[in-house]
Design a protein around this ligand. Sequence first.
Ligand SMILES: [Zn+2]
Length: 481
Amino acid sequence: MIPKRAEVGSLLYEWNGTKEIQVEVGIRRGLPNFQILGCASSLTKESRDRIRLALEVSGFIFPLETIIINLKPAHIPKRMVCLDLAIAVGILEATEQIQIPEGPILFLGGLGLDGAVLGGQELLPYLWQNRNNQDVTLCLPKSLEKENLPEGRYYFLEHLDGLRIINQSVPQILEVSPLNSESQTWEKVFLDPFQMKTFQGLLYAILGKHHSILLGSPGSGKTMLHRMLESLLPLKETRDPNDQGIWTLGGDFEIPTKKRPFRSPHHSATEVGLVGGGLPFQPGEISKAYGGVLYLDEALEFKDRILESLRMPMEDSYLEIVRLNEKTKIKTDFTLMLSANPCPCGNYHSNNTCHCSLQKIRLYLQKISGAFLDRITIFQTLFETTNERCIQLEEYRMKKILLDRIIFRKTRKTPEDEESKIQRILDSENRTKLLSLRKKKQIISLARTIADWDLSSRTKEAHIREAVEYCIGYQWIYSLG
Ligand SMILES: [Zn+2]
């Protein structure tokens, strides 16, 4: 007696992406037995009873024979309940109770005891991660029909009953996936000269992907200036395979868009929330900010360890995650922007009276360690403001200005010996010769960005001078008292 056999595809969402898996079903004569093999967790084992009942309630015959389900590849742990549907389909196909359509087709969904096919938004990350795989048709719970799905061919099932006619139905074809690229817009704002100067610094940060920090009095417009950047960020041109913006199991799921992320976690965020961690691995704000900006408002209110944990990804563009015995490097790509009050009361250096002692202020600012500051390129302060908000900025114009510079930066050619020339200047000048190598590199890189902003293919002395101002701005902290 040859055992009956069927193989059904499904998807599994793992912390580092979606994987296609195969559900192999073998049925042979023997005592009634139902086993699931292939690194199935206890959660998947529970599905045995659920699948059996769901099949019976839907009027199918559950074979009273030895049923072996083999989940392949075996080394990946399977935690999710959404394999129910694929297992049920495999049993029905092996026992020739249904016929599934030709061609690769993946089944994804859980089952209710009444035979309903279950699943909702929690399945969206599976689909978006798998969307480059255009050849497969997906069979999904009906409830996903109205969700934002990637383009492809789909069957939607409300109930196991629907499997009886799946062979005669035609998959729905979704052609264009709507991209949600709405963002905060500001259209027009009026800035005073101090705010404008600060904003210029932030624009350099965006153009050259320089990390920046802004110390300023409450009400000086720190948050507003940063927020204005959100809608100016250029769209992503291509999809970067390292872009992990959609890594979210539960919680806030975000569909990948061309829009660059601007993440601004609250200062009560935990280290795991910011950097990522846990089992199964949950992506942190760093991963969600991939290709965009991670903005920490009230940066000194964050726990110290959090700022320190950003040091490695800031500089090396990767994050090392240690899980059980496994060490994994995750690529990161974000521009860090911080803003904070200059003292506990916030009024230091402003028109209002500050009641903090110098000792207290120093203690407060010590939260930003020297090692951390060393990785920040642009340091700015914004204490003075006037009511003469005479500079008008228009969003669409700023977008155009920034985009022109991004394109210029990509296509310009610079003199080969430029870097070494700037290096020599920095090595010889009193203000800069004692700076660390890292700082000097930052100055060279920022000077290049400023030159790009100026649409100049040569880095001029004025650009270097301006870059030095930003890069040694942090010394202000040490000059207190
Ligand atoms: Zn104060």
